[in-house]
Ligand binder design. Structure first.
Ligand code: PRP
Ligand code: URA
Length: 206
């Protein structure tokens, strides 16, 4: 299922990311803020539990996000600021990393590093700002689903219509929370209008 954000705050943050004059520090901060907003939008999918806490009025039983049942996985590199945002808000969840690089000729993604805590029975928040052809997200979802999580929710910033639709068709049980869907890919498989290369912009590489 695709859930495109309707929030004016999210649209504001995305359009600031598009600004070619946005420096790398601000770009990373905007990715982090957008991830926090998307986390709030997907919150109904998170596992909850009741807990007793001591307060100035005695014990109080309230609901909390069950952080022991959540893993946030980022697809390197550009997702790192998003993961930081999610893990700032939910400080005790587990973090995992998948490193993938798109081949510039074939546009196919290649996995070159995988360090993920066991997600079996847990909710996985899979973060990656860009969904272009959808190849990277597709491969990440296949890898994660084979490890039997309870559910997977993805948090993404900009997706090309064709890439997002490909993910929705291949993984009907996965919810894609995305800030903005853009119309097309160019011949180099970059999203248009998009924001350019998110990894390069976040980490100041040519
Ligand atoms: C970007 C982005 C996604 C991928 C999207 O990463 O962060 O992971 O491209 O493209 P796709 O949908 O066509 O697979 P990239 O491979 O450029 O790596 P980087 O973050 O290290 O720059
Ligand atoms: N990766 C990016 O960072 N941007 C795109 O537009 C496509 C892939």
């Amino acid at each position: 299922m695709i859930m495109e954000s309707k929030s004016p705050i999210v649209k504001h943050l995305v359009n600031r990311l598009r600004d070619a004059h946005c420096d790398a520090f601000t770009f990373r901060w905007l990715l982090k803020e957008t991830a926090k907003q998307l986390l709030t939008e997907c919150a109904e999918a998170l596992p909850m539990s009741e807990r007793k806490v001591p307060t100035w009025q005695g014990n109080y039983v309230g609901s909390f996000v069950d952080e022991s049942k959540i893993v946030c996985v980022s697809i390197l590199r550009a997702a790192l600021p998003m993961q930081e945002g999610v893990m700032e808000t939910l400080g005790e969840i587990e973090g995992g990393f998948l490193a993938m690089k798109r081949d510039e000729e074939t546009h196919e993604s290649r996995l070159y590093y995988d360090r993920i805590p066991d997600p079996k029975g847990k909710t996985v928040l899979l973060v990656d700002p860009m969904v272009a052809t959808g190849g990277s997200l597709h491969d990440a979802l296949e890898l994660l689903l084979a490890r039997e999580p309870e559910k997977i929710v993805t948090l993404n910033v900009i997706g090309a219509k064709e890439g997002v639709e490909k993910i929705a068709a291949a993984f009907p049980d996965v919810t894609v929370h995305i800030a903005q869907i853009d119309p097309v890919l160019n011949k180099d498989a970059y999203i248009v209008p998009g924001l350019g290369d998110a990894g390069d912009r976040a980490f100041n590489t040519p």
